[in-house]
Design a protein around this ligand. Sequence first.
Ligand code: DP6
Length: 355
Amino acid sequence: MGNSTISGLVGWRSPSNIALVKYWGKYGSQLPRNPSISFTLSQAFTETIIQYESIDYAQDQIQIDFYFEGKPNEAFKLRIESFLNDNIESFPFLRHLHLSVESRNSFPHSSGIASSASSMSALCLCIASLSRLQSDKDTGSEDFLRRASSISRLASGSACRSVYPEVAAWGHTTFIEHSHDEYAVPITGLHENYRDYHDDILIISVDEKSVSSTAGHKLMDTNPFADQRYAQAKANMGDMYAALLSGDTHELGRLMESEALTLHALMMCSDPSFILMKANTLQVIEKIRQYRQDTGQALYFTLDAGPNVHLLYPHSISSDVSLFVNSELRPLCQDQKIIHDRIGQGPVQIKSFSL
Ligand code: DP6
């Protein structure tokens, strides 16, 4: 970067995403055992701003300043430093920069919703921006997002899908052109039935997860059903992709529920075994299925590796669903808490915090 000091700021707001076909099981440098596909969300997001300044020597170990919601946060700082140091060959220019990173979430940290997809994609988009500053040529937005996705994958697998609007797929599948294990790709041609699609996140419990995703992925290495699961996910990618293009919201919901319950079943039959649902998770699921039977409406759920329930449905039925959710499901949530999210348009570059 020459002898004179160069300094500046890069910033990104990046959303969370909800997987429809689940990534569960990985190997090597964060490569997925099976492909996955997700809706990008809009309301649950992280904003990250990095102030950088060049230094005139090469750091052996990257050290950063890190502030979460305005306060220094040692745990997050260490996690980011070890990610940067473990992958330093991917962004060697960081040896010549001092970084001061500040990050904020649109949702409370202890709200029970996974934040690694939004936080890691926001951070990695900033790193991709820094990388672009180092090179003379503007590589264009497609290349940029692909690089940001690839860096995000190294930080947290699911984060690599958050860099695209609406729907993204990660992992090679014969059904989706250009799909790749090292980065996610955007899905185009999403049917209009999914425009403004809702995701109400029912907070059944804000407690820390009983098993981290990293430990959960690891359990797949010895799970007796792992091979069947990977084959099932590969087949589901084709059917899910078809449902996204055709607008068949019932088919999407059927596959999505099966994916969620399979994920939980895999954790139940792992060694050691984990039951990640709570009693109220099951009650909510039963009520959703009853509602569907009574109304025929396309109201379906999915779950991540925890007790909270994502309720997905088309905008056209949202007033009916809202009545049902408020009377039947809200009382089963911790402190009656629900986060109302929607399918979203992906990350945006920022110069200052909006939060
Ligand atoms: C159940 O992306 O959190 O949400 O790569 O170890 O950071 P790491 O795991 P992570 O796993 C997410 C798993 C999931 C399903 C999904 O998002 O596909």
